[in-house]
Design a protein around this ligand. Structure first.
Ligand SMILES: Cc1cc2nc3c(=O)[nH]c(=O)nc-3n(C[C@H](O)[C@H](O)[C@H](O)COP(=O)(O)OP(=O)(O)OC[C@H]3O[C@@H](n4cnc5c(N)ncnc54)[C@H](O)[C@@H]3O)c2cc1C
Length: 454
C-alpha cells in the first residue's frame, strides 16, 4: 500500500489494504481497542484457548498503524524497569521469573511466526551494546555486574570481540545479550492480523473507539457490547476520555538507509543481524535489515503539551538529522551524507513509573496491556498470553508475574508534565555531551531523573 495511513519504511514494503470499518452496533464476548501487537496477540491466544469466543478488534486506522508497524524491530527480552528495580518492589525471585518469561517470549514470537507462516525476517543474533567512552565502559560493566544476579545473560565483550560483531568507531568494549531477534515489524504485525482472522477473530479497521466503559466500546458507527473490554491503545491512550494522564506519549524517531553494498557490510559486520546500540544515556538503536539497510532510531524528540499525538510529530528534522550524523559517527564508511531513504517516528506509551503492566479487573471487565516505553515488541506477546490466561480465568505461571495487575500513578497535570518531561529530555542530552567532554559520569538531577526513567 500505500495510502494515507502508512508510516515509515516497514509498512511501505508490505501490502496494506484497509479492512472495512465496523458497520454498526455489535455484540461480542471480548472487544479489543487497538490492533497493534498487544491487541492482536491477546486476540490470538484467546482465540486459541477458546475458539467459540466471539472476539472483535477495532483499530482507529489499520492494524499496525501505531508503534507496532514503526519500531526498530528489536524483539528483545528487555523490560522498561530494570530487574533490580523489580526486585526492590517484588523480591529477587519474582524479578528472575519475569526475566525468564521475557527470554522465552523472544523464542515464542519466532515460534508463532514460523507456525503461522509469517515471514518476518526473524533472526536471533542477540544485541551488542557498544561502550565508546570511558564513562560508557564503566556504565556497561556496572550493568553486567548488577544483572548477573537475575540471569539476564548479559556479558562483557572486549573491544576486539565487539568489533568482530559490529565494527563501529571508538569501540572500547561492550555488552552482549543473546536474547534478541531482529525482525521486520511491519511483516509481523500485518501477518499476525491475518493469522488472528484465520482463527475466527473479526478485525474492523478505520474505527476509532470513542470511549471505553465496562461492557461497552462506543464508536461513531455504533456500540460494541461485550463483558470484557481490552485497552490496547498504548501511545494513543491519552486521547481516550478519562485516560489523559495515564500514559505520556514520548516520540521515538527512525531513519532507514538504502540497501548498502557488500563492501560496507564486509567492514561493518552485523553478520548475524545483531541489533546494536551504545551506552549513551539518550537511547539509540539499530538493526541490519534483511535487505541490507541500516534501520536506526533514537529518542530525543520533544514531548508535546497535553500528551498530544499528531502525525506531524512523526517527523522532526533536528532529531532525524541528529540520527543521520550519529550513524556516520558510528560508521564513517557511509560517507558524510548517508543514503537515507526513509524518515519516520511514532509515539511510545510511557507510564509515570516507567513500568509496563498487564491486568484484568474481573469486577468491571476492563483489561489492559502496555506502558512498554521502547520495549514492547516481545513484551506485548507476553502481555497477550497473560491477558488470555487472565480473561479465561486460568491461574498460571504468567498470571503470577510481578507486572500483572500493576497500577501506574497518574502523570502530573499540565503544564508541570510538559515542563518536567522536556527538561528531563534536555538534561539527558546535556549529560551525554558533558560526559563526552569531561570523561566523567554526570547524572541529571535526581528530581528530573524520576520523570525520564532514571
Ligand atoms: C519508533 C519506535 C521504535 C521502537 N522500537 C522498538 C524496538 O526496537 N523494540 C521494542 O521492543 N519496542 C520498540 N518500540 C515500542 C514498540 O513498538 C511498542 O511498545 C509496541 O509496538 C506497542 O504495541 P501496542 O499494540 O501496545 O501499541 P501500538 O502498536 O501503538 O498499537 C495501538 C493501536 O491502537 C490504535 N488506536 C489508537 N487509538 C485508538 C482508538 N481510540 N480506537 C481504536 N484504536 C485505536 C492505533 O491505531 C494502533 O494501531 C518502538 C516504538 C517506536 C514508536
Amino acid at each position: 500500500m500505500t495510502g494515507p495511513d502508512v508510516v515509515g519504511y516497514w509498512l511501505s514494503t508490505v501490502q496494506v489494504t484497509p479492512r472495512p470499518p465496523l458497520p454498526g452496533s455489535a455484540e461480542a464476548d471480548v472487544v479489543i481497542a487497538g490492533a497493534g501487537f498487544t491487541g492482536l496477540w491477546t486476540a490470538y491466544y484467546l482465540a486459541l484457548a477458546d475458539p467459540s469466543r466471539r472476539i472483535v478488534v477495532l483499530d482507529a486506522h489499520v492494524a499496525g498503524f501505531g508503534a507496532s508497524g514503526r519500531n526498530g524491530g528489536w524483539c528483545s527480552a528487555l523490560f522498561p524497569a530494570s530487574p533490580a528495580a523489580i526486585a526492590r518492589r517484588h523480591g529477587v525471585e519474582r524479578a528472575i521469573a519475569l526475566v525468564a518469561a521475557l527470554q522465552e517470549t523472544v523464542d515464542e514470537v519466532g515460534r508463532v511466526a514460523a507456525a503461522e507462516a509469517i515471514d518476518c525476517d526473524y533472526v536471533k543474533g542477540g544485541t551488542v551494546v557498544l561502550a565508546r567512552t570511558p564513562v560508557q565502559e564503566a556504565r556497561g560493566r556496572a550493568q553486567v555486574d548488577e544483572e548477573s544476579e537475575f540471569g539476564t545473560g548479559l556479558y562483557w565483550l572486549s573491544a576486539a570481540e565487539v568489533r568482530a560483531l559490529c565494527n563501529a568507531t571508538r569501540v572500547r568494549g561492550g555488552t552482549y545479550s543473546p536474547h534478541c531477534a531482529a525482525i521486520h515489524p511491519g511483516k509481523l504485525v500485518r501477518g499476525l492480523a491475518q493469522a488472528v482472522e484465520r482463527l475466527g477473530v473479526t478485525i474492523y479497521e478505520q474505527t476509532p473507539a470513542l470511549n471505553l466503559r465496562p461492557g461497552t466500546v462506543e464508536t461513531a458507527a455504533g456500540t460494541v457490547r461485550a463483558p470484557v473490554v481490552v485497552r490496547a491503545t498504548e501511545g494513543y491512550t491519552s486521547a481516550l476520555p478519562g485516560h489523559g494522564r495515564l500514559l505520556a506519549p514520548l516520540y521515538s524517531l527512525m531513519v532507514a538507509t538504502e540497501p548498502l553494498p557488500e563492501s560496507f557490510w564486509a567492514h561493518a559486520g552485523l553478520a548475524r543481524r545483531e541489533t546494536f546500540s551504545d551506552l549513551r544515556r539518550m537511547i539509540i538503536y539499530g538493526q541490519r535489515t534483511a535487505d541490507d539497510r541500516l534501520a536506526f532510531g533514537g529518542r530525543g524528540a520533544p514531548y508535546h503539551f497535553r500528551s498530544r499525538v499528531d502525525p506531524a510529530f512523526d517527523r522532526d528534522a533536528r532529531v532525524h538529522d541528529e540520527l543521520a550524523s550519529t550513524l556516520v559517527d558510528l560508521f564513517p564508511a557511509l560517507g558524510p551524507r548517508p543514503p537515507i531513504t526513509h524518515r519516520w517516528g511514532g509515539p511510545l506509551g510511557v507510564p509515570r513509573d516507567w513500568t509496563a503492566s498487564v491486568g484484568f479487573d474481573r469486577r468491571n471487565g476492563l483489561a489492559w496491556g502496555g506502558g512498554y516505553v521502547g520495549d514492547g515488541v516481545a513484551t506485548s506477546n507476553l502481555a497477550g498470553r497473560t491477558l488470555a490466561d487472565l480473561i479465561v480465568g486460568q491461574d498460571s505461571r504468567l498470571t503470577r508475574l510481578p507486572w500483572v495487575g500493576h497500577r501506574w500513578p497518574r502523570w502530573e497535570p499540565e503544564p508541570l508534565r510538559w515542563l518536567a518531561i522536556n527538561a528531563g529530555l534536555r538534561a539527558t542530552e546535556l549529560a551525554d555531551a558533558r560526559e563526552d567532554r569531561t570523561g566523567k559520569p554526570f547524572r541529571p538531577t535526581a528530581l528530573l531523573g524520576r520523570f525520564i526513567g532514571e
